[in-house]
Design a binder for this molecule. Structure first.
Ligand SMILES: [Fe+2]
Ligand SMILES: [Fe+2]
Length: 181
């Protein structure tokens, strides 16, 4: 990131990066990296895309950074699950950083890519409900954060790419067999 852009990015998120509760995310593993590192990558990409698409840079950077702001891993508590953790992160972001409604909404809808994936493959996490209406991004920044999270996650999982592709293929075959009629 160029120096002046990097400075602007820092000024938008420095209070979060220095916050003791946010620093807790350094302890949590996420996509084979720390949740802190993952969130920072998503925030930086969201900020860059925000500039490109003339979005609200404050929303893009702050909601991007807080999109996975929940404590522990996704498997530890029901509220941290695959599709519920965005709701938990949005309420934590409100509680600890008093984010705006727009920022909270952008956090809440960041897993829309997985909601769509679950609609295609209903056997993924069968117990979770995936509401397209509830989790569809409602703002430009919401779409940006959703896309950034997907892209960053794929890049972080790159070293597991073969396993990932194999799993998707198996799920596809399984779904075709199960829903043939
Ligand atoms: Fe997430
Ligand atoms: Fe994420």
């Amino acid at each position: 990131m160029a120096k002046n852009k990097s400075k602007e990015f820092d000024s938008l998120v420095s209070d979060i990066l220095e916050n003791e509760y946010f620093l807790e995310t350094k302890k949590d593993l996420h996509h084979g990296t720390s949740k802190y590192e993952h969130s920072l990558r998503v925030a930086k990409l969201s900020y860059k895309l925000g500039r490109l698409f003339r979005g609200d840079l404050r929303v893009a950077a702050r909601a991007g950074l807080l999109h996975d702001f929940f404590f522990g891993t996704r498997k530890e508590k029901p509220e941290n699950s695959y599709l519920r953790h965005p709701v938990t992160a949005a309420s934590n972001a409100k509680r600890y950083f008093n984010v705006t409604d727009k920022e909270a909404e952008a956090i809440k809808t960041h897993m829309f890519h997985q909601v769509l994936l679950k609609k295609i493959f209903p056997f993924i996490n069968r117990r979770e409900k995936a509401s397209v209406k509830e989790f569809k991004p409602k703002s430009k920044e919401g779409w940006i954060i959703c896309f950034s999270d997907l892209l960053v996650s794929i890049m972080e999982l790159e070293r597991f790419q073969f396993t990932y592709v194999a799993n998707v293929f198996l799920l596809l075959v399984f779904n075709i067999i199960m829903f043939k009629n």
